[in-house]
Design a protein around this ligand. Structure first.
Ligand code: FE2
Length: 363
């Protein structure tokens, strides 16, 4: 047996009583590889230190990951473990605040701020008829911009201003999270040449599209709540954007759906950052890069997550890449701007309490 880590496949079923039963099967990477349903592990180390040939070698692995699975674990990504831990520590303190304090940060017209539990139903999900509100609570943040930034002056959603907790209530929150976001943004930029080469494009292809990236972060708390039928920490869904960067949590819960419909646990590789494609990149690549469904089942203990949605500038249009269309491969989607797509996604899935426009009786 090689020294490669084991994978854990975690499936969730319902007993006749309605009680959720979790069964965990330990499988090796080799066994999952044989079934063609493993989540690939991509070692970014050689590329990040500039080894000759490493960019194209990694791009070849990435192409497989994004065309056949839609998710991968990145290792040796250069994001310090201690910084991720400090960010998690701050998040725990924020969500431990009394509800009245959290509601002072309630989501604003810009779509940023605190969103209480049970404010989202992922009705746009193509993989599950989601009917129950999700159990997680969230604080959404955008790239920090000055008050006179053209996007803020123009009132563009998801570009700012951010809502930050009072410094006396959560000392160091803003400073720590901004430090974490800066490192994650740098990580996102480092991945752009790999995505370009994986799509058969010049390495610098994406540079003009990420001049002012509309990245947002979804910092979430999944309480160990009792779920009702068809209810989740976050229900089966696909992400909205370009790529999502997600440091793996110590507490299990995240599951990824394979092509055959099997749910695979994503909590297996220490210090890995999971990366997946969002729907905007799926459309931009004319369906070539998969936006893979995933979900979070209610955890046994409090679970926190720090999802970073690395997205292009707000006005980038999803006109398909030249390598993804041709006489036998016509465009599948109507092109649109990134911001229009994000507006539709949020307004469809979130109630007004969550910064969207969807109507439902639960909130
Ligand atoms: Fe997601």
């Amino acid at each position: 047996m090689s020294a490669r880590p084991s994978a854990v496949s975690l499936t969730s079923t319902r007993r006749p009583s309605g009680e959720r039963a979790i069964s965990i099967q330990h499988e090796t990477i080799e066994e999952l590889t044989a079934s063609g349903e493993e989540i690939p592990i991509l070692d970014l180390g050689p590329y990040l230190v500039g080894e000759p040939g490493a960019l194209d070698a990694l791009a070849t692995e990435l192409r497989h990951a994004q065309e056949d699975v839609g998710f991968y674990f990145s290792i040796n990504h250069g994001v310090p473990r201690e910084l991720i831990q400090r960010a998690y520590d701050q998040l725990r303190k924020l969500f431990a605040l009394p509800e009245e304090e959290k509601l002072k940060l309630k989501v604003n017209k810009a779509g940023l701020g605190y969103i209480p539990p049970k404010s989202s139903i992922y009705v746009t999900s193509p993989v599950n008829q989601n009917t129950m509100p999700d159990l997680n609570e969230v604080i959404l943040t955008a790239r920090e911009r000055p008050a006179d930034h053209p996007s803020i002056v123009a009132g563009r959603r998801f570009t700012g201003p951010n809502k930050w907790p009072n410094e006396t209530l959560v000392p160091g929150y803003r400073e720590t999270l901004l430090e974490y976001y800066a490192v994650m943004e740098a990580f996102g930029y480092k991945m752009l040449p790999v995505y370009a080469r994986a799509l058969g494009l010049p390495a610098d292809y994406f540079e003009p599209f990420f001049i002012d990236p509309t990245w947002t972060t979804r910092n979430a708390h999944y309480p160990p709540a009792q779920a009702e039928d068809n209810q989740f920490g976050i229900a089966p869904h696909r992400d909205h954007g370009f790529i999502t960067l997600l440091p793996l949590s110590d507490e299990p819960g995240l599951q990824v759906q394979s092509r055959s419909g099997k749910w695979i646990s994503a909590n297996i590789i220490e210090d890995a950052i999971a990366v997946n494609t969002g729907e905007f990149l799926n459309r931009w690549s004319n369906g070539r890069f998969m936006a893979t469904p995933h979900r979070v089942v209610p955890p046994k203990r409090d679970r926190y997550s720090l999802a970073f949605f690395f997205n292009p500038t707000w006005d980038v249009v999803s006109e398909p890449f030249p390598t993804c269309v041709g006489p036998d491969n016509p465009p599948q989607f109507e092109p649109g701007t990134f911001l229009d797509y994000l507006n539709w996604y949020v307004d469809s899935n979130f109630s007004s309490a969550g910064g969207g426009k969807r109507q439902h009786a639960s909130v």
